[in-house]
Design a protein around this ligand. Structure first.
Ligand code: ADP
Ligand code: MG
Length: 142
């Protein structure tokens, strides 16, 4: 497993880091994005989605668990599982089917740690507040 740690000093740097990560992604990949509220998860995903060719505004899913966006060579799924605080087990097992799999690259905010459907994720991103606009961003692969 390879792990890299970066500190960013503003949202633009976090978006740029997301864009860098996007260049490493392949069809079907799932990226788990963890961190407290306001740590920059959506900002990171926005940078990655832009780099993959999404032109629509990337906003936090509010009334559903996720959004799907047309990108250049793929569909970008952006899920926020915050409201599934108890994990996915109690939910419809097919809940994520429309968002994951071939032809898609998925970013999942706030995943339950032990969800089987998400355990095969290729990358795990963890964001941590470091005061003011500083964020620690760890990217673990494998
Ligand atoms: P989350 O999805 O984790 O709740 P958001 O990305 O929606 O977080 O919000 C992060 C907030 O923090 C935004 O208002 C953003 O402008 C601000 N911010 C300040 N500094 C940074 C940084 N270095 N990286 C990311 N966001 C930052
Ligand atoms: Mg968010």
């Amino acid at each position: 497993m390879s792990v890299s740690v970066v500190e960013t000093l503003d949202p633009q740097e976090t978006e740029a880091l997301g864009a860098e990560l996007a260049a490493r992604l392949r069809d079907g990949d799932v990226v788990l994005v963890r961190g407290e509220l306001g740590s920059g998860k959506t900002t990171f995903v926005r940078g990655a989605a832009r780099a993959l060719g999404v032109t629509d505004p990337i906003t936090s899913p509010t009334f559903s668990i996720g959004h799907r966006y047309r990108a250049t060579h793929t569909t970008v799924s952006h899920l926020d599982l915050y409201r599934l605080a108890g994990g996915l087990q109690a939910e419809d097992p097919g809940l994520l089917d429309d968002y994951l799999g071939p032809g898609r690259i998925a970013f999942v905010e706030w995943p339950a740690a032990d969800s089987a459907e998400l355990s095969s994720a290729r990358l795990r991103v963890t964001l941590t507040h470091r005061g003011a606009d500083r964020r620690r961003i760890e990217v673990a692969e494998g």
